[in-house]
Design a protein around this ligand. Structure first.
Ligand SMILES: Nc1ncnc2c1ncn2[C@@H]1O[C@H](COP(=O)(O)OP(=O)(O)OP(=O)(O)O)[C@@H](O)[C@H]1O
Ligand SMILES: [Mg+2]
Length: 595
């Protein structure tokens, strides 16, 4: 319950829906209780008048009595109808206020969680899988909404109705009231327990279903691998096994549900029987009228639904509390990378690492050890080294995806964590190692950093990234959809589209993380010479595996196991005859073998 307190701020925000909502619940219940009393009066009228009517048998007064009797019964009928209509009207208002409020809060809560996700760091995204992140914005929020809407509405409804009905019953006859509501608490307890069983079984079904759908999804995405390894029948058998599991869980649920409703009806029926028996005894004693029995039967049936909803609402609130707890866990997570309130700064392009050591927070792997280097505006820095040597880590740190463990990074001689983060990042063009394109038009993918689409700039960027020709060959050119529902680009084409995305920003600093790996040497040369023109006077950092990519750089870092082992220009490093030289020889040899 403590977790649900988080939502109170929303009740305050929407108080002008909640307060009238509660009022409408009360009013609709009053109109719900009144018909029972009208029915009692009508019932008594009938029993009394039948006697009078028979008394006048043979007189012509009898006709008149019949008429008066008939029209007053009609009047009661109309009255009951009007009361029912009024009740319906207020029920409508009640839903319009409370359920609508819950929808508004649901929307606010989703936005709040999503906005919070956006500020959380990469380390957070590594710790939690996508399914979990999605579940908390969708599944958990909708459970919480069940508490906010139906949960609150039915609770208020039950309380109000109980007070009104029990009060009305007690004023008629205490003994009868006690006996007829006696089975109801039993009903509530049974419903609560059965509901818990139903919920846990439904939960299991839900889990099986999501296991089944992620199994199917993965197999559809991996269909090429399945075909080429001839694993179709194996996959089919596993699917059948998963489905079987799902079926068994569903049948288990159906069994409980099958027992649930009949036993509910049995208990309500039992209450009715008791009421009629005790009521009959009381009528014979002359304590109550037959109309009171009719009134009681109506009351009892009015109580049945609130009693059922009581058990239901209790388990619903329990579930909502568990979901809100999960949501709070994320909402209370502080972002690890915080942007200071700093004036905007135009980046000139000087980047300095001073004795930087970096451990990845979640794995504890030390990816960089005591790394120092400086790049000046207008220079091109290259980073080369074995896989896993820490190259991408350098790029991540420049982007401030993480903060350093030891040492400092300075941008234009200012500490990186003193810069306004969004302003700083927006001036850097970063092409990550893992190309990611959105399922959208090519033009939108390239112009991703801009709010408005500037077609000439997009086309120029595509030309500079040497992908313009490929795009124009596609039937719809820049409007071609890529990804899931569109065209599949080749690995090299994707890399170049993501290069264009970085270039179009006209960044002050450009970082290429191994994004020329799938491009042939001729195209690579073309791109690099374009870069020379675009990045004139600006800073570029090229991470690569091939020496041919980087030999014109102003400075080359050779990384090994997180340390810089050699540093200098191509000529310097060749003279050194160390690791760089060895690598050069090896790559030269490979090229000759290929040729
Ligand atoms: N997000 C991460 N969380 C934890 N450890 C990581 C993460 N990214 C990389 N590492 C680890 O840090 C080390 C350096 O990785 P990095 O990605 O910087 O290597 P790299 O030089 O870019 O390699 P490659 O040439 O294969 O791209 C590796 O041991 C890797 O396992
Ligand atoms: Mg890398």
């Amino acid at each position: 319950m403590k977790d649900l307190a988080y939502l109170n701020k929303f009740f305050y925000k929407y108080r002008w829906r909640l307060v009238p909502g509660v009022l409408f619940v009360v009013i609709s219940n009053i109109f719900g209780v009144l018909p029972a009393q009208v029915i009692r009066v009508a019932f008594d009228l009938v029993t009394e008048n039948i006697g009078v009517y028979q008394l006048f048998s043979g007189f012509n007064r009898q006709e008149m009595i019949y008429d008066i009797f008939g029209s007053s019964l009609l009047l009661f009928g109309i009255l009951v109808l009007i009361l029912a209509l009024l009740r319906g009207l207020f029920l409508f208002f009640m839903r319009q206020t409370i359920i609508l409020m819950s929808r508004h809060i649901e929307y606010d809560l989703k936005n709040e969680i999503y906005a919070h996700y956006q500020v959380l760091s990469l380390a957070f995204y590594r710790r939690h899988n996508t399914g979990d992140l999605m579940n908390r914005v969708t599944e958990d929020v909708s459970r919480v909404r069940m508490y906010l809407g139906p949960g609150i509405m039915y609770t208020i409804n039950t309380v109000v109705l109980f007070v009104l009905v029990i009060y009305a019953m007690l004023t008629v006859n205490v003994r009868l009231a006690i006996f007829s509501v006696l089975p109801l608490p039993v009903l509530a307890v049974i419903i609560f327990y059965v509901n818990t069983v139903i919920e846990t079984r439904s939960e299991k079904i839900q889990q099986r279903l999501s296991a089944l759908s992620s199994f199917v999804q993965e197999n559809f995405s991996g269909i090429r691998v399945i075909r080429s390894y001839v694993r179709e029948s194996f996959v089919r058998d596993r699917f059948a096994a998963e489905s079987e599991d799902y079926k068994e869980q569903s049948m288990a649920l159906a069994k409980v549900q099958a027992v649930f409703f009949p036993s509910m009806l049995l208990l309500i029926g039992l209450s009715n029987v008791i009421t009629m028996y005790i009521g009959g005894v009381e009528v014979m004693k002359g304590n109550i009228t037959p109309g009171n029995i009719a009134e009681f039967i109506v009351y009892l049936n009015m109580l049945a639904f609130p009693v059922i909803s009581l058990g239901w609402v209790t388990s619903l609130i329990q579930r909502a509390a568990a979901s809100q707890k999960r949501i709070n866990e994320f909402l209370h997570q502080e972002p690890e990378i915080i942007s200071p309130i700093a004036p905007l700064h135009t980046v000139a392009g000087k980047i300095a690492f001073n004795n930087v050591t970096f451990n990845y927070p979640d794995t504890g792997i030390t990816a960089l050890k005591d790394v120092s280097f400086t790049v000046n505006p207008g220079e091109m820095l290259a980073v080369i080294g074995r896989t896993g040597s820490g190259k991408s880590t350098i790029a991540n740190l420049i982007m401030r995806m993480y903060d350093v463990t030891e040492g400092q990074i300075a941008i234009d001689d200012k500490a990186i964590d003193g810069l306004n983060l969004n302003n700083y990042r927006s001036q850097i063009g970063f092409v990550p190692q893992e190309v990611f394109l959105f399922s959208d038009k090519i033009s939108h993918n390239i112009a991703f950093s801009a709010d408005v689409l500037d077609m000439p700039a997009v086309e120029q960027a595509a030309k500079d990234a040497a992908v313009y020709g490929n795009i124009m060959e596609l039937e719809q050119g820049f409007d071609t959809l890529i990804g899931e529902r569109g065209v599949t680009l080749s690995g090299g084409q994707k890399q170049r589209v993501s290069i264009a995305r970085a270039i179009v920003k006209q960044p002050q600093v450009l970082i290429f993380d191994d994004c020329l790996s799938a491009v042939d040497t001729r195209t690579e040369e073309e791109i690099l010479s374009n870069l020379g023109r675009i990045m004139h006077g600006k800073t570029s950092i090229i991470i690569a595996h091939r020496i041919s990519t980087i030999k014109n750089a102003d400075n080359i870092l050779v990384l090994d196991d997180g340390r810089i082992i050699e540093q200098g220009t191509h000529a310097n490093l060749m003279e050194l005859k160390g690791a760089y030289f060895e690598l050069y020889e090896k790559q030269l040899l490979e090229e000759q073998e290929e040729a």
